[in-house]
Design a protein around this ligand. Structure first.
Ligand SMILES: Cc1ncc(C[n+]2csc(CCOP(=O)(O)OP(=O)(O)O)c2C)c(N)n1
Length: 589
């Protein structure tokens, strides 16, 4: 049967078609839909873990217990899971284990651009890198087989274009799930130094066997055509190469670690000029140069940053100045991303902006609070860092003297992911920051996934709904107060109280995400004769607000099709010019 599906959907289909029994992961663009698709399939167990380390460790358990398993995450998730990965490579597996990682060259929705091929090299594990949906599907089967044959975890890497672009997938014959015996094997799974030493030697030897496998595996394919130009490439770059030079010879690497040295040597010897096209790091190039093979075009011409495209490949191969892409059309108004209409984060950041406090930020929808006109977030490093960084800031502030208590802002999913340990440290180490947890009861940023606070599992079953306030108290925080971020006066008062009170202080806003929970409120309107055009309401940065009229007569207008009636803008109006639109029912939302 043929289907047109995305790379993520193809991996999910491969997982359910090729005997997968346990899938775990943590949301992160561009990997998220993979687990959601496994859940949609309905017949195979899958779950959201609170973070990537837990996801991978649970997958390790599933493998030891004899079930084929996958852990899914975005590239930065592997940093969180790396502790488990670096020892998992030594223990090896029982049933096949795939760690699916999605990289984001070009940073469409990520804070950095790290190249996960580095992890495969670092952890000495095989990595497959599909170029389209069909390969994404097929490589799950190959991945399980390699994992089991070589007793190794296997990394399956996608990039945004592979995860999200759709292509034809022809399904193969299904493999029924089979649960192997539980592997009770102390020297294999208990990584004490004496067992670990033996295992380290084993992984070096495993790597040699994997190299031999890579030499003859059809995963690595030579397409010999015109030998004037030969290009080594992988992933989506393969398609850009084919589009740019349909007649060039290509060595397409489906297995990107370890590299097939002999195959590369032979290919290089057959072509006049050797070019390497790889997005992000020069991982092939570094290794190929270390083999003593001359590389004519590589990272000297192709940037380490962003995605490649046909313009970049052509200008590199023909030694022309690198094309910089299409210039933006002049004269278009700037439109920075803003919070959704009626998102509770808006009220909070309106006040934080007004108070001009130092805000240690985190990753989630609330990171938009850093952008104009709010400008009320001053750090955003990695998930969970808001609280731990605020703790460090507070300690040095104390030493410097005369500085205000810092504020940390974090979402519920991020708090469960890795914020809790930072708060534990703050309580334990007599910290002094105000922590605001925006508990909108979902993982909003990645599309509204379930988390330990939502009361539902990934498969839609009822689950224990973890309340944050008692958890915060149990971590050692005495001052825990609820907040309503839609009420600007109350929010300002609560923040001031938290700043004045010495020691750690936690505010929790429990307004649910309006998108995820489809909350509809009547729209607002402006009485034009009362509006002075002072624009105070525009400071809340809502896309439902705009200006109408011209010159001195410019007043604010509300688009009733967008406004969701939260009333934050109306609280900014000193002239009582904004109120509910009579008869509005937001039918268009
Ligand atoms: C280590 C890591 N894993 C996953 C992500 C992707 N990601 C960014 S923010 C976020 C969670 C946001 O949810 P929440 O903290 O509840 O805030 P909200 O967006 O709902 O306001 C996720 C999963 C990431 N950036 N880093």
């Amino acid at each position: 049967m043929k289907k047109i599906i995305s790379g993520n959907e193809a991996i999910a289909l491969g997982f359910t078609d090729f005997g997968g029994v346990f899938a775990s992961g943590y949301p992160g663009t561009p990997s998220t839909e993979t687990l959601e698709e496994v859940a949609r399939h309905g017949k195979v167990y899958c779950e959201w873990a609170p973070n990537e380390k837990v996801a991978l460790e649970s997958a390790i358990g599933a493998s030891i217990a004899g079930g084929r398993t996958i852990a899914t995450m975005k590239h930065v998730g592997v940093n969180v899971a790396a502790d488990a990965l670096m020892t998992l490579t030594q223990t090896g597996v029982n049933a096949g284990l795939i760690l699916m990682v999605s990289d984001d060259p070009g940073m469409h929705s990520s804070q950095n651009e790290q190249d996960s091929r580095n992890y495969a090299k670092f952890a000495k594990v095989p990595m497959l890198d599909p170029s389209d949906s069909q390969e994404a599907y097929d490589f799950v089967k190959a991945g399980f087989e390699i994992s089991e044959q070589f007793d190794t975890p296997l990394m399956l890497r996608t990039t945004t274009r592979i995860s999200h672009a759709k292509g034809i997938v022809e399904q193969q014959e299904k493999i029924e799930p089979q649960i192997r015996d539980l592997d009770k094997n102390v020297p294999k799974y208990v990584m004490l130094p004496n067992f670990g030493r033996i295992k380290h030697a084993e992984i070096e030897e495993r790597l040699l066997r994997l190299k031999e496998f890579a030499e003859t595996s059809p995963l690595n394919r030579v397409e010999l055509k015109d030998t004037e130009l030969g290009i080594i490439t992988c992933g989506v770059a393969y398609h850009h190469v084919k589009e740019t030079y349909p007649n060039a010879s290509i060595l397409k690497l489906g297995m990107v670690h370890p590299l097939p040295e002999n195959k590369i040597r032979e290919f290089a010897s057959k072509v006049d000029r050797l070019m390497i096209v790889e997005e992000l790091d020069g991982i092939f190039e570094e290794q190929i140069r270390a083999m003593g093979i001359n590389v004519d075009v590589g990272k000297d011409k192709i940037s380490f940053c962003g995605e490649v495209n046909t313009d970049i490949i052509r200008s590199a191969a023909e030694d022309q100045p690198v094309a910089t892409g299409t210039a933006p059309v002049e004269g278009l108004p700037q439109r920075p991303p803003v919070f959704c209409p009626s998102c509770a984060h808006r009220g909070l950041f309106t006040i934080l902006s007004k108070l001009k406090v130092f805000v240690s930020g985190d990753i989630g929808c609330y990171t938009l609070g850093a952008l104009p006109p709010m400008g009320a977030m001053h750090t955003c490093i990695d998930m969970g860092a808001s609280i731990s960084a605020a703790h460090g800031i507070a300690k040095v502030n104390e030493m410097a003297g005369g500085r205000e208590k810092p504020v940390a802002v974090i979402g519920d999913s991020t708090f469960f992911h890795s914020g809790m340990t930072g708060l534990l440290s703050m309580a334990y180490n007599t910290g002094n920051a105000l922590v605001i947890i925006m508990d909108n009861r979902t993982t909003g940023m990645t599309g509204g996934q379930e988390n330990p606070g939502t009361g539902k599992t990934l498969q839609g079953l009822p689950a224990r709904q973890v309340e944050i306030a008692p958890l915060v108290k149990a971590l050692g925080i005495d001052n825990v107060v609820e907040l309503d971020a839609y009420d600007l006066k109350a929010t300002e008062a609560a923040i001031k109280k938290g700043l004045e009170t010495p020691g750690p202080y936690v505010l929790i806003d429990k307004n649910p995400c309006i998108l995820r929970y489809k909350i509809r409120k009547p729209a607002m309107t402006v009485e034009t004769d009362k509006c002075t055009g002072c624009r105070a309401c525009l400071r809340v940065a809502c896309m439902a607000l705009g200006l109408t009229g011209s010159g001195d007569k410019q007043t604010v207008r509300v688009d009733p099709n967008i406004c969701n009636g939260c009333g934050v803008c109306t609280q900014m109006c000193k002239f009582d010019a904004m109120h509910e639109l009579e008869g509005a029912n937001n039918a268009n939302l």
